[in-house]
Design a protein around this ligand. Structure first.
Ligand SMILES: [Ca+2]
Ligand SMILES: [Ca+2]
Length: 512
């Protein structure tokens, strides 16, 4: 029997080698460029998204942050100095980023919704890659999740976007919630809350995600014929700020943490709408609690940074880095006391600005910095362009590939953001435009106030110049630019898909 089996095996090998020889002959008949045209080499994509992360990073010149891994990543490629979300809330921002449409065209202005309910035929960013042969995998939070409630589940995911999904949960989800301090006891996701955990990195959800990412990358490295689109969504530094005490909390002694001062004077020139995202429970915080919150937020950032490092190290170790585009960003910015605000949902710079790092081998230059404003709605057309992927028929951003090649190449020149939130029974809708120099904001089309900030002289947006007669011409110019930008964010402009079952945001009257 053994002899027969061995003979059979030899016969198989013989057939296989003859096939290989035939293949070699066939391939040899065609010039290399024709073979390449049929099966072009397409780069892999590693997309890493952090949750509720502002620009408290060393590579963005933050004086305190210990983020060596993201700093190294920034040094490998392009750092976007002025990148902005389209809506400063998880669900609307992520749906916008991953569809390449503004919230006015996804119809998603709140959490717990997915674009498949409103623009069901639209091809998402990962779905476009998947359709065209990529292995598309999601680890953790890409579309919206309630945090911490939905950790360990698929959250409000879009299954059509992925071939593989992994939803680990660590002790930040499964541990005893009574150990977590919260401003509102028993509430963690939308409330400032934190815990210096005694457990190691790998027992927290983001640590498990980094392990899972290494596992997936090992499998991708074993099959290099098929390119991958691996999206890793870390949960930190979203509340509750649960991170390992050692070493991360130790990097930031609470007593050394800053507290924003001068709030009352700052607010004197602001319309009520501008600070309507504030919460009374946060206004009542002591300076001691403010410092503890800052310590825990920074510690969560350093913990997340370490997990990014583990994933990128795996990419390097597996010799995948030369063929892989790496993108790191967050879903929106975050307040830590500026203007008396905490968390998100404002139209100030802190709430809208996101980190954006792009490493594209053969395209980007190490250490390059882009200073012109760009939007996260540009991410989809950029990645599709870089990889030769046919995107959805309608996208509202623009490819940043020319800017990646040459940071001085003039792009659109502005980034549009919007928000809708209330205080008591009053709801405000606001639009904000960021140009190289200015931030200009209108609430309820200007009826509920305007804001103008000169970033050349006032990077913290402390002096509202909108009612200053000396800036009337600038306000008029920016108001028209804002109206044109808002007009282009709706589906009836251009060729964006028809949205169903939605209530439109009020449009601004272009003639005003
Ligand atoms: Ca978020
Ligand atoms: Ca002010």
């Amino acid at each position: 029997m053994k002899v027969t089996a061995a003979a059979s095996s030899l016969k198989s090998i013989h057939i296989a080698s003859r096939c290989a020889a035939l293949l070699t002959v066939l391939v040899g008949l065609f010039p290399a460029n024709i073979v390449n045209a049929a099966e072009p080499t397409r780069p892999n994509v590693l997309l890493i998204i952090s949750d509720d992360l502002n620009n408290f990073l060393g590579c963005y010149d933050d004086p305190r942050a210990r983020t060596p891994n993201l700093d190294r990543l920034a040094a490998r490629g392009v750092l976007f100095e002025r990148a902005y979300c389209t809506f400063p809330l998880c669900g609307p921002s992520r749906n916008s980023m991953l569809t390449g449409l503004y919230p006015n065209s996804t119809g998603i202005y709140q959490n717990s919704q997915i674009f498949r309910q409103t623009v069901p035929q639209h091809l998402s960013l990962p779905q476009a890659f998947r359709r065209q042969g990529y292995f598309a995998a999601r680890l953790g939070k890409l579309y919206h999740y309630g945090v911490p409630g939905s950790v360990g589940t698929s959250g409000d995911d879009d299954p059509a976007s992925w071939e593989l999904q992994m939803n680990p949960a660590g002790i930040d989800r499964l541990g005893d919630p009574a150990r977590i301090f919260s401003l509102v006891p028993g509430q963690f996701g939308g409330t400032l809350s934190w815990y210096a955990s005694p457990a190691s990195d790998e027992r927290h959800t983001d640590g498990i995600l980094a392990n899972d990412a290494q596992w997936v990358l090992q499998r991708c490295a074993a099959d290099r014929q098929r390119p991958f689109f691996l999206a890793v969504g870390f949960f930190r530094p979203h509340t509750p700020y649960v991170a390992p005490r050692d070493p991360y909390f130790g990097y930031y002694p609470a007593a050394d943490m800053p507290v924003v001062s001068g709030i009352e004077a700052d607010r004197a020139d602001l319309p009520a709408a501008a600070v309507a995202s504030g919460k009374a429970v946060q206004d009542r915080m002591s300076d001691e609690l403010r410092r503890q919150a800052m310590q825990a937020y920074y510690a969560s950032i350093s913990f997340m940074d370490a997990q990014v490092g583990r994933v990128v190290d795996a990419l390097d170790r597996l010799a995948l880095a030369d063929d892989t585009i790496i993108v790191f960003t967050s879903d929106h910015g975050y307040h830590m006391g500026e203007h008396g605000l905490w968390q998100k949902m404002s139209l100030f710079e802190e709430s809208l600005r996101v980190p954006l790092l792009v490493v594209a081998p053969g395209v980007t230059t190490a250490g390059a910095v882009v200073r012109q404003p760009v939007s996260q709605v540009d991410l989809y057309p950029t990645l599709a362009h870089l990889c030769g992927i046919e995107p959805a028929a309608t996208l509202q951003g623009e490819s940043l590939v020319p800017v990646l090649k040459d940071p001085t190449h003039a792009a659109r020149g502005w980034a549009l953001s919007q928000v809708n939130r209330g205080q008591g029974n009053k709801r405000y809708f606001g639009y904000s435009l960021r140009t190289d120099r200015w931030r200009y904001t209108e609430w309820d089309g200007g009826d509920a106030g305007r804001e103008l900030y000169d970033h050349d002289n006032d990077p913290r947006e402390l002096t509202n110049l909108a009612e200053d007669p000396a800036h009337a011409a600038e306000v008029q110019r920016l108001s028209q630019l804002l109206r044109d930008a808002v007009g282009g964010s709706f589906p009836e402009s251009g060729t964006a898909p028809k949205v169903r079952n939605r209530r439109w945001y009020p449009k601004l009257d272009a003639a005003q």
